[in-house]
Design a protein around this ligand. Sequence first.
Ligand code: ADE
Ligand code: ZN
Length: 319
Amino acid sequence: PELAAFVRDLPKTETHLHIEGACPFQLLKQLDPIKHSQPPPFWADDFRYRSFQQFMDLYVQYCSEFYTDAKRFHEAAKIILKNCVDQGCRYVETSFHLPTLLYLSDDGPTIIDAIRSAAPAELELRIFAGMCHNDYKDAGKDLIDSCLTWEGLDGIDLHGPEDLPLEPWTADIWEKARLAGKFTKAHAGEFMGSDFVDRVIDDLKVTRIEHGVRSIENPATVERLVRENIALDVCPISNLKLAVEGIPSMNRHPIRELFDAGVLLTVNSDDPFFFGNSLSEDYYALVQELGFSLPELAKLAANGFQVALLSEESRASYM
Ligand code: ADE
Ligand code: ZN
C-alpha cells in the first residue's frame, strides 16, 4: 500500500506505448459481447508468449478487429489516455502502426486528430507513426514519404520483428524525418543483441531506443549508451511476457544492472492489453523483484521528463 501510494503520486511519463497494444478490453466487449465475454487467455498471471510471432499473430487478430476507423482510435485513445492520467502520467508518447492506414477509410491526419483530441487537457501527448523494417514497399513507400509532411505527427519509430534485415531506406527516411522536424526513435535490443542496438544508433542516429535491454550483453555498448546519453525506454513486464533472451524471471531483468551502470532509463508498459499490465505494475515490479528503492523509482520517473519532447520551461515544471 505504501508502494502503491508512492507510485501513484509520482509524476510519471509513458514514453513507450503502442495504441493498438493498449486496446481497452471493454471496447472489444461492447463490440462483440459474445465473442469477448471472457477476458483474453493471455491475461492469465503467468502467461508467456511462445514467440514474438505468436504475439504478432494475436496482435494483428485483435487490432484489426477493433481499429477500423478514426472514430475507433478516438474512442480507444480516450480510455487509454484517461487511464494514463489516473495513474499519475503527465506526458505520453504513443505510436500507431502507420501501414494500417492502407486499409482504413480515414487518412493519417484524420487518425492523428482523432487520437490527439482524445487527450485530457492535463496531459501532454506526442504521437508517433510506427513502421517495420520491410514496410517501405508498394503503397507503403508513398505513405512513409507523405507522413513526414503531416503537421500533427510528432515523430516516427521503427518496430515489429527485429530480425528482419535493416534496409537502406530507413537511414534515409530517419534523416529526412529529422529534417522535417520530426523526432525519431527505434525498437532494438529486444529480440536482437547489442550489435543491433549499436547499428541502429550508428545508422539511424537515434538518441532514444525502445527496449534496448540486450545492450547488457556487451559492456562496450552499455558504456556507449552512458557516454552518448542514449535513453532506453524499458518495459519490464513486456520483456518477461515476450520471453526476451536472458530474462527468465523479473529478478534477472537487466534494468538493475543498466541503472547501476548509469544508463538513462525510463519505465513503460508497451502493450498493456497483451501483457495484462499497467504502468504502475511495471514500477512495482522493480521494487518487489529487483530491489529498487523509492528514490530510485523517483529518478526513473524523472528520467521520463528528461527525455520527453517538452520545452525547457514545461520540463522544469514537471520535474
Ligand atoms: N509492436 C508492438 N509491440 C512491440 C514490441 N514489443 N516489439 C516490437 N514491436 C512491437
Ligand atoms: Zn514497443
